[in-house]
Design a binder for this molecule. Structure first.
Ligand code: F6R
Length: 608
């Protein structure tokens, strides 16, 4: 989704801004632009399409200056063309604005500004802000931004420069992430830490309702009443290598192959083998408090929602507590039964997903205790939740989530161990699960070592127009996740179903053209899924199965089989999802799709 980067300091801004924009490419965008103080005034250069096109323009007509802001846009208001790309200039060309989020009262403000003679050039809500800041300007940029924002409804992360009050950037946040990067006599503003990581690891996160003023001499943070706020400086542990491809052809492939390590990182230092439980320092909950909850609600979107479904299964089985899983976007708009006896677990890789954040705030408002299972350290959900479990998977750049998913499931299992042991699960059961968890990294590695087998299957099915994914029990969410991965990056229509549901409708689709992926590992429901395989085969469907042992019952029924190591039922989703990630990846690559930046998708969905 849209990205912001800004620089003020002694260096020429353009290359730094372009580098930052490229680091934000993974978030998804359809146009890009920069605005730079060139000595005489603010100059903007912007272009539809890839950053490489913008770079060509800037090579042809360089813009020099040491203060600038830049943006990657993911279209919401108006098509992705050059005019709608950010930065947007005010009428007299003195103010340039980049903006993430949505100005909800843009129409009313636009009418008001048109009444005062402002002429609009783009279809965007952001242009309203540029004119409004000009309208409020009286010599001081932060005062003008402050006054303008008081009239704005909606969400924003903005960065603004002015040709009158020069050599400073004013930034403000409400509902859309922004952070300051602190260098040596130079300062950055960014919507995502990866944009500035090459230059500094010292950051200050802005909270909603805060505004920052940066110049080469320092920075100040104030609230909307202009009262100065003292902020903590955070240190980012990630290094540059983690946000680079490291020899892999795509970030997605790199991240799939990182899973032996990332799963290990999620568990590191948290397993108590002897007691058969886990140690989770960030929960901020005593055992008594954990025992006081009567129910759990887990809320998330997309892939994170799939991991939530696995968490529901684990928690109900082992901790014997009622669990409900809700799409965050639905949760916030109904009237859920949530109170102070409810523990609300919020799962988000980015920690910035607008719907998930709003659902968490709603749960809090109703008195629930909130727990974030988050990857991005310092993200809004991580900061606003009452406690949490970082999954420590490292930066996930590929738009299709892979390593975050497996680590989320591990984090949910860590929490299940903790709660389960408190609520009567035996020590032996806990020890058994931990032994299985410890073997996961090695098991994942054995799957990755056989990636070629999956690539061969992908070659066979790369031209399919539809896919069905079927699984039962713990593997039903794996079917959903396998289908989501395929549709996101290959654009093949794919559906996931609980295998037995197939006969209630989807079976009508089955013919010799329909590949059906079964997750048919040896578990409590294996016999049941065998009959579903028969049903597909009887209708000439093509069966690709993820299995875990040589099964007589499947003899002669499978067109392709991929064997994963045996593990317990509740750990199987972690292993079974890996070949499905690879299948989606190889099919997409063979179809020539842009795997890391699939069309229309954004890495972090920061608008509702
Ligand atoms: C799928 C995918 C999305 C995200 C969803 C939630 O591959 O990446 O479905 O899972 O947008 O994002 P987070 O986890 O960042 O809240």
């Amino acid at each position: 989704m849209c990205g912001i980067v800004g620089y003020v300091g002694p260096k020429i801004a353009t290359p730094l801004l372009l580098e930052g924009l490229k680091r934000l490419e993974y978030r998804g965008y359809d146009s890009a632009g920069v605005a730079i103080m060139n000595g005489a005034g603010v100059e903007t250069v912007k272009e539809a399409g890839k950053i490489a096109k913008l770079e060509l323009l800037l090579d042809a007509t360089p813009v020099t200056g040491t203060t600038g802001i830049a943006h990657t846009r993911w279209a919401t208001h108006g098509p992705p063309n050059q005019v709608n790309a950010h930065p947007h200039m005010s009428q007299d060309g003195s103010v340039a604005v980049v903006h993430n989020g949505i100005i909800e009262n843009a129409t009313v403000l636009k009418q008001m500004l048109q009444g005062r003679g402002y002429v609009f050039r783009s279809d965007t809500d952001t242009e309203v802000l540029a004119h409004l800041i000009e309208e409020c300007f009286d010599g001081n940029l932060e005062d003008a931004v402050l006054e303008a924002l008081l009239q704005v409804e909606g969400t924003y992360g903005i960065a603004v420069i002015s040709s009158v009050d020069t050599h400073k950037i004013v930034a403000a946040r409400k509902g859309s992430p922004l952070l300051l990067g602190l260098g040596e006599n130079e300062y950055f503003i960014a919507s995502d830490v990866s944009a500035i990581l090459a230059h500094t690891r010292q950051v200050v996160y802005l909270e909603d309702g805060e505004m920052a003023v940066l110049d080469a001499g320092g920075y100040r943070v104030i609230d909307m009443d202009a009262v100065e706020i003292t902020k903590n400086v955070a240190h980012i542990d990630w290094d540059l290598a983690q946000i680079e491809r490291g020899g892999f052809s795509h970030f997605m492939l790199k991240e799939i192959f990182e899973q032996p390590q990332t799963v290990e990182q999620t568990m590191r230092g948290r397993l108590l083998d002897d007691e058969g439980t886990s140690k989770l320092g960030g929960l901020n909950l005593s055992d008594e408090e954990l025992l006081s909850f009567t129910n759990i609600v887990i809320t998330a979107c997309g892939t994170s929602w799939h991991s939530a479904l696995i968490g529901e299964h684990m928690l109900e089985e082992l901790a014997r507590i009622p669990v409900e899983v809700e799409y965050a976007s639905e949760f916030r708009y109904r009237n859920p039964v949530v109170d102070e006896k409810t523990l609300c677990i919020v799962i988000s890789q980015s920690g910035e997903t607008a719907d998930t954040l709003a659902a968490m705030r709603e749960a809090k408002r109703r008195g629930a205790r909130t727990l974030g299972i988050v990857n991005s350290v310092g993200s809004t959900i991580a900061r606003e939740s009452d406690g949490g479990i970082y999954i420590h998977a490292g930066p996930e750049i590929g738009v299709a989530s892979t390593k975050a998913f497996t680590s989320q499931v591990v984090a949910l299992l860590l929490f299940t161990l903790k709660l389960g042991r408190l609520r009567g699960m035996s020590q032996e059961r806990g020890q058994e699960i931990i032994a299985g968890m410890r073997a996961l990294p090695q098991h994942i590695q054995t799957i990755l070592d056989r990636a070629q087998e999956i690539e061969d299957i992908a070659e066979e099915y790369k031209r399919a127009s539809n896919f069905l994914y079927l699984g039962r029990g713990y593997n039903f969410p794996v079917a959903l996740e396998g289908a989501l991965k395929l549709k996101e990056i290959s654009y093949i229509h794919a559906e996931g179903y609980p295998a037995a549901e197939m006969k209630h409708g989807p079976i009508a689709l089955i013919d010799e053209m329909m590949p059906v992926v079964f997750i048919a590992t040896h578990d409590a429901v294996f016999e049941k899924i065998t009959s579903n395989v028969h049903e597909v085969k009887a209708r000439k469907g093509r069966v690709i199965a993820v299995t875990s042992r040589d099964e007589d019952a499947l003899e002669g029924l499978l067109d392709y089989e991929f064997r994963v190591p045996e593990t317990s039922d509740l750990l199987m989703p972690i292993l079974a999802s890996v070949p499905l990630q690879l299948l989606a990846y190889y099919i997409a690559v063979k179809r020539g799709a842009n795997v890391d930046q699939p069309r229309n998708l954004a890495k972090s969905v920061t608008v509702e």
